[in-house]
Design a protein around this ligand. Structure first.
Ligand code: MN
Length: 421
């Protein structure tokens, strides 16, 4: 049987070369359509393959009811062998040269749903959400703005992936409106803070790691163990209230500035689908401590794109184009470090990569950096200017790995800002 990542594979379903969802991808998500309860499906071209219909028809070898539920957690718990076998089986069922589903009209009608007729839901029950700060370019930009060039990176930054524990309760799926957060605000010249709507609302371009296997409390992970626990990846927008953050973050780090919303893409791209796009990250100097050393290429050549559309604009304007490959600390190192104290990891944990910025100006992954803390407003078609997000602004992030004649993509994570009442 050909490997599901084989670039030569074709599906009997027509998939355009610029589609995010060719047969080489097969990302998992949760959807509802035709008035039926949410269940698990796989994106293929402009369609969704309903895995619950296939499971009921005896075509998939998983624990009964795995795909009838509105989250991927039970499937993920079954382990990497089941993930791999299931993906290979779905690939086989969708192949142009395999008649089983292709020539079964009845099953095909039941199992294929046009994506435009479906509603996409949060794909995982998020157990915990941790956000990292692992782009050296981002951390340096922020450091220069707030502490000056000579102290840009804090002394700990080059020795471990810095992170904080965020909120799982407000992780939402793409398309969910984001209400402008309220909080304590204190301008540098004011004597005391006030309470009101955030005025410096920002996005952060990130990739989220979905943890598919648990680790025990007290257990340390090595590189191979950590990698094996990663089920897949999503696009992630870590919405941030910069003015709230600036006043609250000393000494324990972000709290309310990040807790009001985090948006993720509805499709989880599997680690296996990204395998052909692995590469080594930037050289790490000084060498990480032994427990953080990695031998494998744990970064990915994954192109990223952010577009902004104000309420008045017809089409969105690109405001950032970068790549996940620039990340200094890899997802594997983040997970190894996360568990290193003895912290147990759960199925459904979500790890945000941290804002992904690159070395060039157009590669900055937040408005804080793009507008240089408000000093350099961006001009948009139609004459509007932005330093931070206004009510009615829509933000769309996309990501994809470019193969030869196909792309393994994430779809998009979209969010529109609505006013505080
Ligand atoms: Mn973040």
């Amino acid at each position: 049987m050909p490997h599901p990542n084989d670039p030569k594979l074709r599906s009997f379903i027509d998939v355009s070369p610029t589609s995010d969802f060719p047969i080489q991808n097969l990302p998992y998500g949760v959807f509802s359509a035709r008035g039926l309860a949410p269940r698990i499906g796989v994106a293929i071209g402009d369609d969704i393959l309903d895995l619950w219909e296939l499971e009921q028809d005896g075509r998939l070898n998983v624990e009964p009811g795995t795909f009838a539920v509105p989250s991927l957690n039970a499937f993920m718990l079954q382990g990497a062998k089941v993930w791999s076998q299931t993906r290979a089986r779905i690939s086989e069922l969708l192949r142009a040269d395999h008649p089983e589903l292709r020539d079964n009209d009845e099953l095909r009608k039941l199992a294929l749903v046009p994506m435009r007729e479906a509603r996409l839901h949060l794909p995982i029950a998020v157990s915990g959400y941790t956000d990292f700060y692992s782009s050296k370019e981002h951390a340096t930009n922020v450091g220069v703005m707030f502490r000056g060039k000579d102290n840009a990176l804090q002394p700990n930054w080059l020795h471990m992936p810095i992170g904080y524990n965020g909120r799982a309760s407000t992780v939402v799926v793409s398309g969910t409106k984001v209400k402008r957060p309220r909080g304590q605000l204190k301008s540098p010249n004011a004597d005391s803070p006030g309470f009101g709507p955030c005025r410096r609302l920002d996005f952060e371009l990130e990739i989220g790691v979905v943890i598919g296997q648990p680790s025990a409390m007290g257990q340390m992970l090595d590189e191979a163990q950590a990698e094996a626990m990663i089920f897949g990846f999503v696009m992630l927008n870590d919405w941030s209230a910069r003015d709230i953050q600036q006043w609250e973050y000393v000494p324990l780090g972000p709290f309310q500035a990040k807790a009001f919303a985090t948006s993720i893409s509805p499709w989880v791209v599997t680690r296996e689908a990204l395998e052909p796009f692995r590469l080594h990250g930037p050289e790490q100097t000084p060498a990480p401590l032994p427990y953080l050393k990695q031998a494998l290429p744990n970064n990915y050549d994954l192109e990223l794109d952010v577009a902004l559309r104000t309420g008045e604009m017809g089409t969105a304007q690109n405001i950032c184009r970068t790549n996940f490959k620039y990340m200094y600390w890899s997802s594997v190192q983040q997970l190894v470090h996360h568990a290193s104290s003895g912290c147990a990891m759960n199925v459904g944990d979500l790890l945000g990569s941290g804002t992904i910025s690159g070395p060039e100006k157009h590669q900055r992954g937040s408005l804080l950096e793009i507008s240089w803390n408000g000093a350099e407003p961006i001009e948009l078609p139609g004459g509007a200017k932005r330093t931070f997000l206004e009510d009615g602004d829509q933000l769309v992030m996309r990501g994809w790995c470019q193969g030869d004649g196909y792309r393994v993509g994430f779809g998009e994570v979209e969010g529109t800002i609505v006013p505080t009442e």
